[in-house]
Design a binder for this molecule. Structure first.
Ligand code: NAP
Length: 312
């Protein structure tokens, strides 16, 4: 990969996209291209084709998507299915038509079957029933992965899908209604500390096991994929380690310095008991994650505090 290759990062302002932009720019890639959804709506096929014709990127990294937690998926099933399909169809097909040399598509660990054996291997995709709460999003993502697989098989195109585990880090969404578990906890403990609340209420029992990876580790996996020829389409990207949600809560509480009690709201659902990716496939190619959970959460909390201070 040449440092002056033109690389289009779709979704460069999002949590994953902005981390990828920082990583590639830090690695010396100088011809990076990004457009906000206001500048280029990836749901608009004509606009996407015009963009590819004008810019002719060598590489595309697709980190643009309609993303959200259980509440958002449940509330907007049509948009989670249709917008993701439209974005992917337009970008993947334009990349194919306009001769993009390397394409990296971000899938997600949450699109594997609900009852996958643990740790989850790449080959378990489509081997069982989907998690009903995010089936809309999952079906769209699976279609994108299959499109990449078909292009590799039929046209020998270098299209790769990375399947990240739960991500967190700078640029995360801290809105309590639409955020994922880690940023939601971080915000709850932060507010409880600042408002002297004696307790913090969290969803479920705290017993499910989950894996979390700092978004800079995902960006490093993207850089690795960019610079290495991988023979297959799908690779999991995770830390290979999980922990119970109640341990995560205690860790975040300690980092933030909140002294009170944690109350588990057992009336709220826990979700699947464990979700851990098998990371052997990419590890065998030479990549592994590096950021320890505590270090990553401290870094994210620093970023969160900086944002809060800027908004004062
Ligand atoms: N977050 C996680 O835990 C996680 C885990 C596994 C996989 N992933 C995958 O990583 C990717 C990025 O996720 P993220 O967490 O970084 O999401 P994010 O922070 O919400 O960013 C999404 C990005 O997509 C762009 N976008 C959405 N709709 C668009 C449209 N119609 N046209 C153009 N751009 C559009 C947004 O652009 P604007 O801001 O300009 O609107 C934004 O930059 C997704 O594919 C997701 O499935 C995320």
């Amino acid at each position: 990969m040449k440092r002056n290759n033109k690389i289009y990062i779709a979704g460069h302002k999002g949590m994953a996209g902005s981390a990828i932009l920082r990583k590639l720019s830090g690695a010396g890639y100088s011809n990076l291209l990004g457009k906000t959804s206001g500048e280029l709506d990836l749901k608009d096929r004509i606009a996407v084709n015009r963009f590819f014709k004008e810019e002719s990127p060598d590489v595309v990294i697709l980190a643009a998507a309609r993303v959200g937690g259980i509440w958002a998926n449940n509330e907007f099933p049509y948009e989670f299915l249709m917008h993701n399909l439209q974005i992917q169809n337009n970008v993947i097909d334009a990349a194919h038509s306009y001769g993009v040399k390397k394409f990296i598509f971000l899938g997600s660990s949450c699109i594997y079957p609900k009852y996958s054996p643990q740790p989850i291997k790449e080959e378990y995709l489509l081997s069982g029933e989907l998690e009903p709460t995010n089936q809309w999003y999952s079906l769209a993502k699976i279609t994108g992965i299959k499109a990449c697989e078909a292009l590799r098989r039929q046209y020998q195109k270098d299209f790769v899908c990375l399947m990240p585990t739960n991500l967190y880090g700078p640029g995360d969404n801290f809105d309590l209604q639409t955020s994922h578990v880690l940023p939601a906890m971080l915000r709850k403990f932060h507010e409880a500390k600042n408002r002297d609340h004696a307790s913090v209420k969290l969803w479920g029992t705290g017993s499910p096991m989950r894996e979390f990876m700092h978004v800079d580790d995902l960006a490093s996996a993207v850089l690795f994929t960019l610079e290495h020829k991988l023979e297959e389409t799908i690779y999991n990207v995770g830390t290979g380690k999980d922990l119970p949600i109640d341990e995560l809560a205690v860790l975040i509480q300690q980092i933030i310095g909140h002294q009170g009690k944690i109350i588990w709201d057992h009336s709220k659902p826990d979700g699947t008991p464990q979700k851990l990716l098998s990371v052997e496939k990419l590890k065998n190619k030479g990549w592994q994650s590096e950021i320890a959970l505590e270090e990553g959460i401290r870094n994210t909390y620093d970023w969160y505090n900086m944002q809060q201070n800027q908004n004062l």
